[in-house]
Design a protein around this ligand. Structure first.
Ligand code: ATP
Length: 330
């Protein structure tokens, strides 16, 4: 059997793999559990994610990518190898060609690290594609025409903002404020207001279930558990959406500022196109309650959330794989 071409969205929070002709075959958290004594990889993906914050001393559940780049090269490689092995596309005769996505503004050293990790995981050759471009394609935008399209891809580690025309990036910005920062902001708000320490999974649950970034966007409540910093004992408190609004205000403001500065650098004809078409939000952060409305108010441009925003990049790699030979020549 000949091996197939594969597209990888190597995300800070999740890894998605698209196999040409099959669609998305893998969607797992970017987490690896390791035995610190032996250095052995114990679990990868879903199983490792269940362990986050709940491991005994000798085991750590780590996320090898931070802020959208590879923080731990060996573990990233082990994770990619595991996933590629799991989907069973490797063949004895030919290594799979891999198209892998990276944030728009990473350095050449970071690009090299991503390429090497994919090569060592069995890809040959390995092509890199810029994430906002692939996200736009996956969101169904026709970026090949001479007209302006704007995408804001809010992932776990980075928010990539780009204006695209004729299949290329015209203006772009990439900031390290995205889902993870929202989680930390919630943790530090609860720590300073209630002297309660909560874990990563709890803060993410709060963000998904009751957060809003639009004034009076929603009014929910949630019980959360953590450790009281004063007594050292477990404690449950009830928090409200309005409190999480306060917690996230500053982080969200920096996404607004970055988006404004991209628009300010955009040539006027393309700006006019963006007013007509609207800005498309992709990535898991696009689901943050009220973000579309807030951006629309602040940027004075319609803002739409892509369909199934968390799979846009993976679906975009799928579309690019269909024309990989053309992409390679370009
Ligand atoms: N309903 C939701 N509301 C708010 N945030 C959400 C929601 N669902 C998922 N997220 C967040 O989306 C982020 C993950 O998104 P995604 O999988 O697109 O990121 P990634 O591609 O792994 O990251 P990056 O592109 O930065 O490398 C996480 O921070 C997650 O908490």
């Amino acid at each position: 059997m000949f091996s197939r071409d594969i597209g990888i969205d190597l995300g800070t929070a999740n890894v998605l793999i698209h196999v040409k002709g099959k669609g998305i075959v893998l969607n797992e958290p970017s987490v690896v559990a390791i035995d610190q004594k032996s250095g052995k990889v114990l679990e990868v993906g879903h199983e490792a994610h269940r362990m986050v914050g709940r491991t005994p001393g000798n085991i750590v559940a780590v996320r090898p990518l931070r802020d959208g780049v590879i923080a731990d090269f060996e573990i990233t490689e082990a994770m990619l190898k595991h996933f590629i092995h799991k989907i069973g596309v490797k063949s004895f005769f030919r290594a799979p060609r891999i198209l892998i996505c990276c944030p728009a503004n990473i350095t050449s050293v970071e690009q090299k690290a991503i390429r090497e990790a994919a090569e060592k995981s069995g890809g040959k050759p390995v092509y890199l594609a810029e994430e906002p471009k692939v996200a736009a394609i996956g969101a169904g935008m026709d970026i090949s025409q001479p007209s302006g399209n704007m995408v804001v891809d809010i992932g776990g580690g980075t928010t990539d903002i780009a204006v695209l025309s004729m299949s290329d990036i015209v203006t772009a910005s990439s900031i390290k404020v995205a889902g993870d920062r929202f989680d930390y902001a919630i943790q530090s708000y609860i720590k300073s207001k209630y002297k309660l320490l909560i874990g990563d999974r709890t803060s993410e649950d709060v963000k998904v279930n009751i957060a809003t970034v639009y004034p009076n966007g929603r009014q929910e409540e949630m019980d959360i558990r953590g450790r009281d910093m004063v007594s050292g004992l477990p404690l449950t408190i009830t928090i409200k959406s309005s409190e999480i609004y306060e917690a996230l205000e500053e982080q969200v403001a920096s996404i607004v500022v970055a988006s404004k500065s991209v628009l300010e650098k955009t040539p006027p004809e393309l700006s006019a196109d963006i007013i007509d078409r609207g800005i498309i939000l992709t990535g898991g952060g696009a689901l943050l309650h009220g973000l579309d409305r807030l951006l629309a108010d602040e940027l004075k441009v319609p803002v739409l959330v892509a369909e199934d925003p968390m799979t846009c990049v993976a679906r975009g790699t799928g579309m690019m794989l269909e024309n990989l030979d053309q992409f390679v020549k370009a």
